[in-house]
Design a protein around this ligand. Structure first.
Ligand SMILES: Nc1ncnc2c1ncn2[C@@H]1O[C@H](COP(=O)(O)OP(=O)(O)OP(=O)(O)O)[C@@H](O)[C@H]1O
Ligand SMILES: [Mg+2]
Length: 252
């Protein structure tokens, strides 16, 4: 059984078919990529897997359990975490606090409120230690007490990854993690993604940086205008005529 098994996924926005009849799997322990030109339906597919939008058609099975129609927080609790194409951080909270927000899966009810205003409790100290562990993992521990707004772009993307990891996922979805990164930051990101996978978290990523995709992916799916046009290993995708046409914008 694959970790994620999606069949005949579809989403219509009014008359627009953003994703159509898309079936795919993500194998446990893999790094799998979803690529395609702008507007192909990639983020829409991620939004359906994570419960942000409800599919019009199809099924999404995670460890054999149907996720379709489940609430975002319950899907997260089951072990699916994500980052966003447009980074979402609490700019005026500290770097550490941004990770603590992601810990909710391990926290008792009402705890987060206490953390933000009340006196230091044992649970708060434990949460700080746990958050620091994730910051260390992504290389941001020295910035723990700085305001999130003070981070450089690549660091902001890594902080979002730390927050997603703090929910203890077994599947991590990254929506364009290299977008806006300089070449050095991208090299570090590749290392981080491999480290995440090696720590036992399956990675499913959307990315436009083809060098990165070809370097780290074991399996690649290609969407164009909501339709799958190719799937396979990097070498096959690189030479696929439909993929080349879609990216060059040549009409079929
Ligand atoms: N909430 C929405 N309401 C209406 N249309 C939407 C909505 N979300 C996405 N779309 C449309 O669905 C199509 C697919 O969008 P999506 O964001 O999934 O593409 P994408 O592959 O992630 O593109 P990009 O690479 O630019 O991020 C686009 O035509 C987009 O305008
Ligand atoms: Mg997108």
């Amino acid at each position: 059984m694959s970790l994620l098994e999606v069949s005949q996924l579809g989403k219509s926005f009014g008359g627009l078919r953003a994703v159509n009849d898309f079936s795919f799997t993500v194998e446990e322990g893999s790094i799998t990529a979803l690529i395609g030109p702008n507007g192909a339906g990639k983020t829409t597919a991620f939004n359906m897997v994570t419960g942000v939008i409800v599919p019009t058609d199809g099924s999404i099975k995670f460890r054999g359990q149907e996720l379709r129609g489940r609430r975002v927080d319950l899907i997260c609790r089951q072990g699916v975490a994500r980052t966003f194409q447009n980074i979402r951080l609490f700019d005026h909270q500290s770097v550490l606090e941004n990770v603590t927000v992601g810990l909710h899966r391990q926290l008792r009810t009402g705890f987060l409120g206490a953390l933000l205003k009340g006196p230091r409790t044992r649970e708060e100290r434990e949460a700080r230690v746990a958050s620091a562990k994730y910051l260390d993992f992504v290389g941001l521990l020295p910035r723990a007490n700085d305001e999130a707004s003070s981070l450089a772009y690549g660091e902001r993307r890594r902080l979002e990854i730390a927050r997603a990891l703090a929910s203890g996922p077994s599947l991590l979805l990254l929506d364009e993690p290299a977008a806006g990164m300089n070449p050095q930051e991208t090299v570090e990101l590749v290392e981080l993604i491999r480290k995440i996978r090696d720590a036992g978290v399956t990675v499913f990523l959307i990315e436009h940086d083809m060098k990165l995709v070809m370097e780290i992916s074991e399996q690649i799916y290609v969407l164009n205008q909501g339709e799958e046009i190719a799937r396979g290993v990097p070498e096959a995708i690189r030479n696929d005529e439909h993929v080349i046409k879609a990216y060059l914008g040549v009409p079929e």
